[in-house]
Design a protein around this ligand. Structure first.
Ligand code: KG4
Ligand code: ZN
Length: 362
């Protein structure tokens, strides 16, 4: 089966083509191509994603991206006939509704032209399954998805979400904890802004924190670890951001807001986030008897966090599945893989955008 994945939930316009087959009863897939067009630079002027701009950009970018994906394979009349695409997988939510709609409408147009079904996909399920793909095999090679010992615990950390999910099986998801205010990526982005760094801020904070480590710079302030000792699995990051705001103001007033100060603060912020996420992850592993860990979402590109979670997995002696760097952020390959794992009963043409969709049992 050949699946076209479409992802437009936020500020990445993404398309991917995935081929699947069953060999001796085992599911196998191969990545034909995966393209991501990031709008991050455009949104940086607003310090965050501006929904109507995202929508306009998706509308502008989808067709040229489809051409880039399909023309080399099927020639320049790729739109006119169905060249063997069997299924379209499109993100229906959660995300920015105007942005989601552009992907959905595009999927519907292609589906009616090519007479193929559509499978609506939850963006967060995409982030979960992204970690199951082998990263170090050449594009185009057949592969089996990694075997996921169950129950698994997933920690999804992105610009829009921070969730701990108990996974009984692929398709059976229970959100056991989430942020009560800002998502962890959002906190990175807001703190970056306070430090005068561009959007998206996560990689810039991480860079400053690494410099602090290399240059042996210590933070001059101690930041809180919000909710680290609470008995539940929820998170709160807005207080942490406010603590950074006060620290920045104080340093500015006393003329101490130097590059060195910023590096120390970035280091302390990253460590505070890591401490909180790791504490909750450890508690969840114990409570849900998790046999494996999945990490997903754009923030999972963070080096300190990857190291910390790997150490935790080691201590519990369970495997950890981290997405390769190019699959940690938003992409359409993860949507196509999720689509491949759904059965026909979830195919639908009656789609609508669910901005606040929540993962549950399929
Ligand atoms: O999953 P994603 O690409 O989009 C959403 O669905 O939100 O995540 C984007 C988020 C941004 O907030 C960005 O600052 C953050 O991921 N991010 C990072 C790093 N790379 C990206 N945060 C911390 N460290 C990084 N290295
Ligand atoms: Zn995402």
């Amino acid at each position: 089966m050949t699946i076209l994945g479409i992802e437009t939930s936020c500020d990445e316009t993404a398309l991917a083509l995935l081929e699947t087959r069953e060999k001796s009863g085992v599911f196998e897939c191969r990545v034909i191509n995966s393209l991501v067009h990031s709008q991050a630079e455009l949104h940086s002027a607003y310090g965050g994603v501006y929904p109507n701009l995202a929508k306009r950009e998706h509308q502008k970018n989808l067709m040229p991206l489809l051409e880039k994906l399909l023309e080399p394979l099927y020639g320049n009349d790729f739109m006119e006939k169905n060249n063997g695409i069997d299924l379209i997988a499109v993100t229906e939510g959660p995300g920015l509704e105007p942005a989601l709609w552009t992907g959905i409408v595009f999927a519907q147009e292609l589906a009616s032209k090519w007479k193929v079904p559509i499978v609506p996909i939850d963006h967060m399920e995409g982030h979960i399954v992204a970690s199951l793909l082998e990263s170090d095999i050449p594009q185009g090679s057949w592969q089996r998805l990694k075997n996921l010992p169950l129950p698994a615990i997933a920690l999804l950390i992105s610009g829009g979400h921070t969730q701990l999910i108990n996974i009984n099986s692929i398709g059976d998801y229970e959100i056991v904890g989430e942020t009560l205010d800002d998502a962890v990526g959002e906190a990175f982005d807001k703190v970056a802004r306070l430090l005068g760094l561009p959007y998206p801020g996560g990689p810039h904070i991480s860079l400053l924190a690494n410099q602090a480590r290399d240059q042996n710079i210590q933070s001059q302030v101690k930041l809180p670890r919000p909710m680290i000792s609470s008995k539940n699995f929820d998170f709160s990051f807005s207080g942490l951001k406010t603590a950074v705001l006060y620290a920045v103001k104080k340093a500015q007033e006393s003329d101490q807001f130097t590059d060195e100060y910023k590096k120390g603060l970035a280091l302390e912020f990253e460590q505070a986030v890591s401490d909180v996420l790791d504490a909750k992850l450890r508690n969840a592993i114990q409570k849900y008897n998790s046999l494996s860990i999945i990490i997903g979402g754009g923030v999972s590109a963070n080096h300190l966090l990857r190291q910390t979670f790997e150490k935790t997995a080691n201590e519990f002696d369970i495997p950890i599945f981290l997405p390769s760097k190019h699959l940690s952020g938003d992409n359409a390959l993860m949507i196509a893989i999720a689509g491949a794992l759904h059965d026909k009963s979830s195919y639908s043409t009656e789609l609508r955008a669910h901005g606040t969709k929540r993962l549950s049992v399929k």
